[in-house]
Design a protein around this ligand. Structure first.
Ligand code: ROI
Length: 162
C-alpha cells in the first residue's frame, strides 16, 4: 500500500530530527521508502510562543496494516525523545499518517485521510511536491486544495540551507 507520512519538528535541531526520521521510516519492517519532499520551514500553527517548525512529507510502500504502521510511528517518535507537553505545543518529532492508499479510516486514534490535510499549508505543499496528481479521498484533487490553501509563511528550504 502506498502511504504518505507527515513529519514535523520544532525542537532539538529540527532539520536533523526530520532527516533522521526519514531514515527510520525507510527501515521499517515490510516497508520501502519511495520519496521525500524538500524540507519546509513553517510558522507554528497553535500557540505562537514556540519555535518555527521544519516539515516534510515521505511516501512509503508498506505491507504494514494501518494500526501496525501507527504503532511503528509512535515508536520512532519515542526514540526521538518525544514527550507530550501542552496541547498543540512544541515537539521533537511528530509523525502523522496522512494517507493510506485511498482508504478511509475513522477510529478513535486514527483518522485517515488526516483531518487537517486540506487546510495545513505545511502538509499540502510538501505532499504536492512528491504527489502532484494526487486525488485525496473525501477532499478532492490536490491542485484544487492548493489553490484554496494560503502558504501562511511556509518556506521551502534549499539543500544548502540545511
Ligand atoms: N505547526 C506547524 N507549522 N507545523 C507542524 O508540524 C505542526 N504540528 C502540530 C501543531 C502543534 C498543530 N502545529 C504545527 O501538531
Amino acid at each position: 500500500m502506498k502511504v504518505y507520512i507527515g513529519l514535523g519538528s520544532n525542537l532539538a535541531n529540527p532539520e536533523t530530527q526530520v532527516l533522521s526520521a526519514q531514515q527510520d521510516l525507510a527501515k521499517l519492517p515490510l516497508t520501502q521508502d519511495i520519496a521525500m519532499s524538500s524540507l519546509y520551514k513553517s510558522p507554528p500553527m497553535g500557540p505562537k510562543d514556540q519555535p518555527d517548525y521544519i516539515n516534510a512529507v515521505v511516501a512509503l510502500e508498506t505491507s504494514l496494516s494501518p494500526n501496525d504502521l501507527l504503532s511503528q510511528l509512535q515508536g520512532i517518535e519515542q526514540q526521538h525523545g518525544r514527550v507530550r507537553q501542552r496541547h498543540w505545543g512544541e515537539r521533537t518529532l511528530d509523525l502523522d499518517i496522512l494517507l493510506y492508499g485511498d482508504e478511509q479510516i475513522n477510529e478513535p486514534h486514527l483518522h485517515v485521510p488526516h483531518k487537517g490535510i486540506a487546510e495545513r499549508a505545511f502538509v499540502l505543499y510538501p505532499l504536492a511536491e512528491i504527489a502532484p496528481n494526487l486525488l485525496i479521498p473525501k477532499f478532492g484533487h490536490i491542485t484544487e486544495l492548493l489553490a484554496s490553501c494560503p502558504k501562511d509563511g511556509l518556506e521551502r528550504l534549499e539543500k544548502n540551507e540545511i
